[in-house]
Design a protein around this ligand. Structure first.
Ligand SMILES: Nc1nc2c(ncn2[C@@H]2O[C@H](COP(=O)(O)OP(=O)(O)OP(=O)(O)O)[C@@H](O)[C@H]2O)c(=O)[nH]1
Length: 385
């Protein structure tokens, strides 16, 4: 998963270690007052700096003035924050130097690294606007800042990139489980997307998940365009022992949705999952059909299912469905075979809709809730393994 992007990012972090740095030294011996660096964000070290006063034994030996003890040239106490815990919650600002000593990354080599990062992200199918936002974030995190000597530049660059990517991912998150608990019964969820993206499989995975939580589920086989689609959903319904409402091929899909919802209402079922036809998103009939189903079924949630491998195309498809019926959330499939990660990184930001789940295989259990930490762990922490 995301292997190519991970490997390329790793090469960028390594370049961090060869970055030109300039050491920053104090201009003159500080007096006893602590000097606060402009980049200091926490004053937690102040007490330590105040105790820089001579240790006890010096006080005890005032007479030895004639032979001064060698004064340490570097009395400047470096701040001692905990070593970075790679991953969760770490901010690059915690690596900033709070003392007069530190190191700064020079701007020219930083520009080279950022240029390379831009190419890597674009090659990985990250949407252009999202790439620019990530680059700007990294620049803001690194440029002109003074870092504690405690960290290698490799660590500093990695954390700056990770933080910037995390900011882009954190735009909006969607807790499906919490959401569904607050809904009326039956809750109606409609799935849209072009064919072959894994829509039917994703519906089966969600159905299995809901069933596992004790909810009763009805499937609505509204892809009446393709006979195979009805059969495929029926196979899942049988395997999962879930009710399916279906009709003949070429029946009106909106009427199938209506029947499924009526069935769920009369039998007091919890959730109706509506499968819809695929085809290309540019097909006007398809879009008209989606609008009609949405009008009749009045879904509580409309989920766009996109194939992660499609990269920027998945984003374009999502836009079309969003304009037509208003998408509320996204499921990205086949993430297990996606080396680039571009769609996962940029679809939510570009469409302004959250990724609810990602699917990473063909088994019912191969579905995970998506959030920024999930993505960051796979892109960065596993890259160190
Ligand atoms: N590797 C992998 N394969 C998947 C995943 N999700 C679905 N597939 C496979 O992708 C193929 C298409 O999946 P479907 O669920 O039939 O796709 P669909 O969007 O319903 O397609 P239509 O019925 O043609 O509209 C199937 O072979 C699935 O087993 C996934 O997360 N990972």
């Amino acid at each position: 998963m995301f292997d190519s992007l991970k490997a390329k990012l790793k090469s960028i972090f390594k370049k961090g270690s060869t970055l030109d740095e300039e050491s920053v030294y104090k201009k003159e011996e500080p007096k006893q007052e602590p000097v606060v660096s402009p980049t200091t964000e926490k004053e937690t070290e102040v007490p330590e700096q105040q105790t820089v006063e001579p240790p006890k034994e010096v006080k005890a030996e005032p007479a030895r003035k004639e032979e001064p003890l060698p004064v340490k040239k570097e009395p400047e106490p470096e701040e001692k924050p905990a070593k970075p815990v790679k991953g969760k919650g770490k901010r690059s600002s915690q690596m900033l130097s709070t003392s007069l000593l530190g190191k700064k990354i020079k701007d020219d080599p930083l520009d080279d690294i950022l240029d390379e990062l831009e190419v890597i992200l674009l090659e990985s199918d990250v949407a252009y606007d999202v790439v620019q936002e990530i680059i700007l974030g990294v620049r803001n995190n690194l440029s002109g800042k003074k870092y504690s000597r405690e960290y290698s530049l490799e660590e500093v660059v990695e954390l700056a990139v990770k933080e910037s990517v995390g900011d882009v991912l954190q735009v909006n998150e969607f807790d499906f489980d919490a959401w569904i608990e607050q809904q009326k019964r039956p809750t109606i969820i409609m799935f849209v997307g072009i064919n072959g993206t894994g829509k039917t499989t994703a519906i089966a995975k969600i159905a299995n998940r809901l069933k596992g939580e004790g909810k009763s589920v009805v499937l609505a086989a509204c892809d009446t365009f393709r006979a195979g689609a009805i059969e495929q959903l029926t196979v899942h319904a049988d395997r999962l022992d879930i009710k399916i409402v279906k009709s003949q091929q070429e029946a009106d899909p909106a009427s199938v949705a209506y029947d499924a919802i009526e069935h769920a209402r009369s039998k007091m079922r919890d959730v109706v999952l509506i499968d819809t036809a695929g085809r290309m998103q540019t097909n006007n009939n398809l879009i008209a059909e989606m609008k009609k189903i949405a009008k009749v079924a009045k879904p509580d949630l409309k989920i766009f299912v996109g194939d992660a491998l499609a990269g920027n195309d998945a984003i374009e498809q999502a836009k079309v469905f969003d304009e037509a019926i208003g998408v509320d959330a996204i499921i990205l499939t086949k993430i297990d075979t996606d080396a680039k990660g571009g769609a996962a990184l940029s679809i939510a930001k570009t469409i302004g809709k959250p990724i609810a789940f990602v699917c990473d295989g063909q088994e019912y259990e191969d579905i995970s809730k998506f959030d920024a930490d999930w993505m960051l762990e796979r892109l960065f922490d596993q890259a160190e393994a």
